[in-house]
Ligand binder design. Structure first.
Ligand code: ASP
Length: 438
């Protein structure tokens, strides 16, 4: 029997009804021993997230402007939850105390209270112990997360509890002051706790039944990804597709713990399972997903006999480094080298960068063409399946899409194509239909 750590996102704890679902989920499986809650999120499109309200109150407090009325909304949210759950818990005085502390506090302290109170309520409701993450998750003096220190602290502390609720999103600096992760950081807390207690599984409960194979704003009703590896997830999320905080992947991946994305509102759905090894994925089709984004520039440098000029590539990249620009892709030919860069990085530095490349390598020609969108077709199955590239380019040709750049990732997990921005959606649909619906 292994341990499961369950993180619940803001929408999973938005009101008392959601808390009930969370309790049912936790009690349905005795392996679910540690819960990591977020602050209550939106109950509908017009609603406000508790964390956002806390930041607003903090800003008003710092400007010495009245904020008690706004803070009242926060109080009401928690009091309503506690009352509706029928808990014998006088939360209101604690909330008033926090309200009074805001003027002399830090933004991190203010924001962290959303998770703190969410955790207190959930612990009471379940009858589980409450462990304040400020005591077990540590950041260094510069605010960088102290992963190994925290892993030891959390591991030895949590061992003492059969069940515990650990609020997400924050920990503390060496002097004990509360410090938060970046926004959406409860995902990270969950992963860190999963590693610390050597969990068998990290369950990340949210409001969708897992990752989709394509962006539903482009492809109607895309299928769910049943299983994928962390490597594939990295490729897909780098290209813009994700419901998971990027930094939350590393602790569990490193420890070999799978992550299961689940839906609090449809707990019967198996969700998406992210695993370390390909062997644990089973056979789930040629591609895992397709994702992409817009606004890239292609810089092509041509020079006769480039291939025999030692240090050519380094000098081109040096020019980029001099201006603090990192490149996305680097497709090369015999006498050509292309560099793909995000438009935002080139902003106002185009001429200088070109000049520097000219100085460094004296190319025959150098051309810039912008307006590029990149699309990554990702899948561990692509390596094994002959004809994948032919199918992909065939589908794009039939859809009338002109491919301006091709880069087969060296990981062999993906094929990246560059197309003109107006053809982006059309190209994504063509690829999806070819591999998934055909
Ligand atoms: N409540 C925090 C936020 O809104 C952290 C989280 O929900 O993961 O960013």
């Amino acid at each position: 029997m292994g341990i499961k750590v369950c993180k619940f996102g803001g929408s999973s704890l938005a009101d008392a009804g959601q808390f009930k679902k969370v309790r049912d989920i936790l009690l349905a499986d005795p392996d679910r021993r540690y819960a990591v809650p977020s602050a209550p999120g939106k109950r509908g499109p017009e609603d406000e997230k508790i964390t956002d309200l806390l930041y607003q109150c903090y800003r008003l407090a710092q400007r010495r402007q009245p904020y008690a009325q706004l803070f009242d909304k926060i109080i009401r949210r928690y009091v309503d939850i506690v009352t509706e759950l029928g808990l014998d818990f006088d939360i209101e005085p604690l909330l008033h105390e926090t309200c009074a502390q805001l003027q002399a506090s830090t933004p991190d302290f203010a924001a962290s209270r959303g998770e703190y109170f969410s955790g207190l309520v959930l612990a009471k409701y379940l009858g589980w112990s409450f462990v304040d993450p400020a005591t077990i998750l540590k950041f260094d003096r510069q605010g960088a997360f102290a992963a190994e220190w925290s892993n030891e602290l959390a591991g030895s502390e949590l061992k003492k509890y059969a069940h515990a609720v650990i609020p997400g999103f924050y920990g503390s600096l060496p002097n004990g002051e509360v410090h938060t992760f970046s926004r959406g950081g409860s995902d990270i807390t969950g992963a860190v706790i999963a590693r610390a207690v050597q969990a068998e599984l990290y369950e990340n409960w949210t409001d969708v039944s897992g990752f989709l194979m394509a962006d539903p704003r482009i492809v109607s009703n895309p299928r769910r990804i049943e299983r994928l590896t962390y490597r594939e997830l990295r490729e897909l999320s780098y290209m813009g597709a994700t419901v998971l905080h990027e930094d939350s992947v590393f602790p569990v991946r490193k420890a070999g713990i799978p992550t299961n994305i689940r839906n609090t509102n449809a707990p019967q759905d198996p969700g998406t399972m992210i695993v370390v090894r390909e062997e644990d994925c089973g056979d789930t089709g040629t591609i895992t997903g397709v994702a992409g984004h817009k606004n890239f520039t292609l810089l092509s440098i041509e020079k006769a006999m480039m291939n025999s000029e030692i240090g050519f590539g380094r000098r081109v990249l040096q020019a980029l480094e001099d201006f603090g620009v990192s490149f996305e892709h680097l497709p090369t030919g015999i006498d050509t080298m292309c560099v793909i860069l995000p438009d935002a990085d080139l902003f106002q530095r185009k001429e200088q960068i070109i000049e520097r490349i000219e100085e460094n390598v004296h190319p025959d020609t150098i051309e810039l063409s912008s307006g590029l969108a990149l699309i990554a077709t990702v899948g561990r199955g692509m390596v094994r399946t002959p004809g994948t590239a032919a199918r992909l380019f065939g589908a794009l040709a039939r859809a009338g899409v002109n491919v301006r750049m091709i880069d087969q990732g060296s990981s062999e997990l993906n094929i990246i194509v560059g197309v003109d921005i107006p053809e982006f959606e059309n190209a994504v649909r063509a690829i999806y239909e070819e591999f998934v619906e055909a």
